[in-house]
Ligand binder design. Structure first.
Ligand code: MG
Length: 262
């Protein structure tokens, strides 16, 4: 792969897979092509170096100021937990300190006896936005999409009024492996497997509130910054994770996010 092809060209004319990685103790970001990472400057405008992916450790592909989650955004999932579908999006925040990357371990905390997976489509914000007025405008503020596991201590969540504790233990937000910059996310498959067995199998077209509506709705309340993550809700089929399991979230067009459980 030539390191000379300018990034602005790629940005304008082709879809990209963006990643963050660590190599020899240094953190960088780049564009994934085949088995290689084209290491880029902050604006993805310049190729600085080229590495093999398997020589690096993949990190969460975004570093958000906040993770905004949408609860009960698939009717079947709301029903399986005994809840009604909300009339307006049900929002909560997950702590950014919970983020881990592809292949990092989800750690079961001693405070919970019921930790569950929630496979979700995540939207990554590309530039600061506030009060977005119409759905068409939303797309220009989206950097891209990736897979997210909204890991939840269900017993803790049930016991608390707030979702904060049950959703924010360290390692409870696996995300990645890459950000895909161009994808029609209106009707793609979201699958979760535990040890190879399919647990969740939904389509984004089943969302109660679609992506454009959610971003616009959230932007009316809070400023969204570059790198912020919106987790768009999970289909039915959530189940318990145990030490020794491997949990995979696969989203059509976005690859597979895989994490062992400890
Ligand atoms: Mg969720």
């Amino acid at each position: 792969m030539s390191a000379k092809c300018p990034m602005w060209y790629r940005k304008l004319y082709s879809k990209m897979k963006i990643c963050r990685f660590r190599k020899d103790g240094e953190i960088g970001q780049g564009i994934v092509e085949g088995g290689e990472i084209l290491v880029c400057d902050e604006n993805l405008d310049k190729t600085l170096e080229v590495f093999r992916i398997n020589e690096t450790e993949l990190l969460p592909p975004a570093s958000p100021s906040k993770i905004v989650c949408v609860g009960r955004n698939y009717a079947d999932h709301a029903k399986e937990l005994g809840n009604d579908v909300p009339v307006e999006p049900l929002l909560f925040l997950k702590a950014p300190s919970a983020l881990i990357g592809h292949n990092d371990a989800i750690v079961i905390p001693s405070q919970s006896g019921q930790v569950e997976h929630e496979g979700e489509l995540a939207v990554v914000i590309g530039q600061t936005c506030k009060n977005i007025s119409d759905d068409e405008e939303v797309l220009k503020y989206i950097l891209g999409y990736t897979c997210l596991n909204d890991v939840t201590a269900r017993d803790v969540q049930r016991n608390d009024v707030q979702f904060t504790r049950g959703k924010s233990f360290d390692t409870f937000c696996p995300i990645g492996p890459f950000i895909e910059t161009e994808l029609d996310v209106s009707d793609i498959r979201v699958t979760t497997r535990v040890n190879g067995e399919v647990k969740q199998n939904g389509r984004t077209s089943q969302m109660v509130f679609p992506v454009e509506f959610l971003i616009r709705y959230i932007s009316k309340m809070m400023t969204l910054n570059k790198g912020d993550i919106i987790a768009t809700g999970t289909p039915s089929g959530v189940s318990r994770l145990r030490s020794g399991d491997v949990c995979e979230i696969e989203i059509e067009g976005l690859g597979i996010l895989s994490n062992p459980v400890e």
